[in-house]
Design a protein around this ligand. Structure first.
Ligand code: GDP
Ligand code: IMO
Ligand code: MG
Length: 435
């Protein structure tokens, strides 16, 4: 039995959905443990594309269980429409293969409204959130006033808390942000529909995970966002409001840290960022455009164009340390095809000094200039490669240099969006540490 965590090492959108879908074959259960529908995880199977926001990326595999842990913030309307959309495309989604933690917090319409109003007020200083109410929902959780999934099952309690919360939120929305207040009667009506639809999916997820562990079955933990969007370790305040690092599995799904066997870090072969915040290797030139156009770098959740730049190994080394990465899954290598030369950032120059870390002071990080190493590019189409030996020498050189720089082996290489376009060098379920 082994429990594997898959997470993003950059600023999200590294290709987690694809790799999780691929590895689901070796697990019985896939668990989301943080974030919400700010995530957009893309799966391509036989040319057909699915984008998942809340439902774990194992859902396309019949017979596998998908669990949404307590650390996730759940917008009930979004979850319902995601279930319906999948069903309309012939994917079976029932309480047999999907369960939702009773302890997960609910994203309420006032969270979305506050997220949008706050961003609008910040103007140029905005974070560039997805506008899905993620921050305000986690705030309420920490302030101990949030509504949880379990509250949907106790109507009296739910409505009493809704009334109290809405009184405060509407005051802030109207008086401070000069925004429209929300209508309690509408939320009350909608919430009755949420309860009817979602009640059969509600479960004690930590107990389900424990049962799975006791049966010696494999579990895959699906990270959302990326390490540098982490609330504690990322480029604060340009971060999300949860902890996408590996340590978050224990709090967000209720599995003790000693039960985690292997951590796989997703690395996109270049860097992207959607939303605001510092990004030292960002390219505003034709190479940046090449990456955006060829990589179709537009947000899976909001459709916003993603900012693109060279691979940054300062960022990756920090991710390797913060998550104790066992291996890397390297994605979108095919997108680098056709570039004359390829650069890798190996350090920063800060006020004339060479450094190999990310300064906590954002002003200092903004002054960091990348120090690059240049490697030869390649022109061969690699999107059909099945083996490492089938890759051009320049591609192999790029992979080896990355491994040397971050001191983590590359175990999976992805050369296209489809499940099939993958070279598996090491299967994390077969190479996990012995407990
Ligand atoms: P996630 O949030 O980490 O799951 O990543 P997204 O789904 O938001 O963005 C990754 C995008 O790259 C999706 O459109 C994937 O279909 C696509 N993708 C994943 N791996 C590869 C790859 O190796 N090559 C190419 N060309 N596309 C890929
Ligand atoms: P996946 O799981 C990329 C970014 C937003 C913004 C910041 C805060 O698909 O990799 P939030 O709405 O969370 O308060 O926004 O975080 N962000 C993501 N960027 N991929 C994601 O998820 C993201 N989820 C949030 O763009 O900069
Ligand atoms: Mg995404």
């Amino acid at each position: 039995m082994s429990n594997v965590v898959i997470l993003g090492t950059q600023w999200g959108d590294e290709g987690k959905g694809k790799i999780i879908d691929l590895l689901t074959e070796y697990a019985s259960t896939v668990v989301r443990f943080q974030g919400g529908n700010n995530a957009g995880h893309t799966l391509v199977v036989g040319g057909e594309k699915f984008i998942l926001h809340l439902i774990p990326s194992g859902i396309l595999h019949p017979g596998k269980k998908c669990l949404i842990g307590n650390g996730v913030v759940v917008d009930p309307a979004v979850l319902i429409s995601e279930i319906k959309r999948l069903r309309a495309r012939g994917v079976k989604v029932t309480p047999k293969n999907l369960a939702l933690s009773e302890r997960a917090h609910l994203i309420m319409p006032y969270h979305n409204a506050l997220d949008l109003a706050r961003e609008a007020r910040k103007g140029k200083k905005k974070i560039g959130t997805t506008g899905r109410g993620i921050g305000p929902c986690y705030e309420d959780k920490a302030a101990r006033v949030g509504l949880r999934v379990v509250d949907l099952l106790n109507r009296k309690h739910f409505l009493a808390n809704l009334r109290t919360n809405l009184e405060e939120k509407n005051f802030i929305l109207e008086k401070f942000y000069k925004a429209e207040p929300l209508n309690r009667a509408k939320i009350t009506r909608d919430s009755a529909k949420w309860t009817r639809f979602l009640a059969p999916f509600v479960a004690n997820i930590t107990e389900r995970i424990d049962q799975t562990v006791r049966k010696n079955e494999n579990i895959l933990f699906e990270g959302a966002q990326g390490t540098h969007l982490d609330l504690d370790h990322g480029t604060y305040p340009f971060v999300t409001s949860s902890n996408p690092v590996a340590g978050s599995v224990s709090a967000g799904a209720g599995l003790g840290p000693k039960r985690i066997d292997s951590v796989v870090g997703l690395v996109k072969a270049y860097t992207t960022r959607v939303g605001d915040g510092p990004f030292p290797t960002e390219l505003m030139d034709k190479i940046g455009k090449h990456l955006r156009d060829h990589g179709q770098e537009y947000g899976s959740t909001t459709g916003r164009p993603r900012r693109c730049g060279w691979l940054d190994t300062v960022v990756l080394r920090e991710s390797a340390r913060l998550n104790s990465l066992d291996m890397v899954a390297l994605t979108k290598l095919d997108i680098l095809t056709g570039l004359d030369k390829i650069k890798i950032c190996v350090a920063y120059k800060l006020d004339g000094k060479k450094i190999k870390y990310i300064p906590a002071d954002l002003n200092a990080f903004e002054r960091c200039e990348p120090v690059y190493e240049t490697l030869p590019g390649w022109t061969e189409d690699i999107s059909g490669a099945k083996k490492m030996s089938g890759l051009p020498r320049a591609v192999q050189k790029y992979i080896h240099r990355l491994t040397d720089l971050i001191e983590v082996p590359v175990g999976i290489v992805s050369v296209g969006a489809d499940r099939e376009q993958t070279i598996m060098l090491k299967n994390p379920f077969k190479t996990s540490r012995k407990r």
